[in-house]
Design a protein around this ligand. Sequence first.
Ligand SMILES: Cc1ncc(COP(=O)(O)O)c(C=O)c1O
Length: 437
Amino acid sequence: MVWPITAQRDAREALSIGGVSVAELASRYGTPLYIYDEATIRSQCRLYTQSLTQAHPRPRVVYAGKAWLSLALLKIIADEGLSLDVVSAGELYVALEAGFPAERISFHGNNKAPDELKMALDSNIGQIVVDNFYEIDCLEELTANRTEPFPVLLRLNPGIDVHTHDYRKTGIVDSKFGLGIQTGDAACAVERLVNAPGLVLRGYHAHVGSQIFEVEPFVDTVNAIFDFAGEMKERHGVIPDEMSPGGGFGIQYEESDPAAPVEEYIQAIGAAAQMAARRIGIPDPEFTIEPGRSIVGTAGIAVYTVGATKVIPGVRTYVSVDGGMADNIRPALYGAVYSAELVTGRKDEPVELVTIAGKFCESGDVLIDKTTLPQLTAGDLVAVPVVGAYSLAMASNYNMALRPAVVFVSEGETRLVQRRETFQDLVQRDVAQMTGG
Ligand SMILES: Cc1ncc(COP(=O)(O)O)c(C=O)c1O
């Protein structure tokens, strides 16, 4: 399914989400507009929580905030009982501003600056996921005088390849993330951590990539990190209290390309984790998963207004919309594929093959390479589903674009959760320069 669970079309083919007319939202808030369905977000949170609770005796579901963060979203995530992973001081700041419980926050990242680490320590977050030796150096210094050692996990690189875009692979040996098991770095890091008085090694983490559709790489990851834990238990007596194979569960972007049900992944990795714990002779540690995309991806749709059309006979028809790579860079960045529908369908009209282009000054600013829609004219509204993750999170002001407004809809009610940027926002950071004289 590519649309939010509450998406409906009425007798006139008009799209509504969460019981609210999409055309009315577009007219009230303008376009490009991002609409999130609260029911879909909550239902994904519950699906993961329930599935993991069935699959493992010590479940922990963490939302990977990099997929998209806002104060309103964080309130829902907290309310649904999920924990949170942040990857920068900025994400941590937003989480703390939202009042997200600090003890439920983990801090990831391959190059955390000393200031960021200090902020995490001072905020008493749940744990830091250590990624490299530089970070161990910094943390040793920052925690030297602590009375209570600070909890850390170690991010392992298990050397596992997955079928996804190269930019989304993070668990292969040639990756900037994590300490290699095969290279021996991970074992050296454990030795450093067990001898660091200000730190306590709680367990191991790995994340091998994103938008993964097979169960096997997750099971392989679970086995790899538990086997490593077994070795470290023999060598240093470390018994992990938390283990995590990360996130990266694939979601459906096109009607023709369904993803495996979440329960299938979770059942398989939960069982693998319990078997692996028996194999290496430890009690079941807390078992953590970190979905990001699959919590918010399908909940979000983008609405654009059609402007110019360019017909190149025998070549292609470009239909340009009022957004593009500034609000959603995924197609330009890694060839992400999307679909589109008219906000008010015209079922009986013939369709034509078109390219939906963005409005930004890059030839690569194409949102959808090929789609079939009724003939579009200026002013038509098109909706693009599955944009809830990694779109706004990567949005920019390229060409001085104003980042879009975001609304949440639920049971016929609408809340504006992020206003559209204004022209004033575009110069707010500039330090005014005198001209002339
Ligand atoms: C450490 C870690 N955990 C979880 C995730 C979430 O991945 P996804 O949004 O694909 O579920 C990521 C994404 O890059 C990650 O780096």
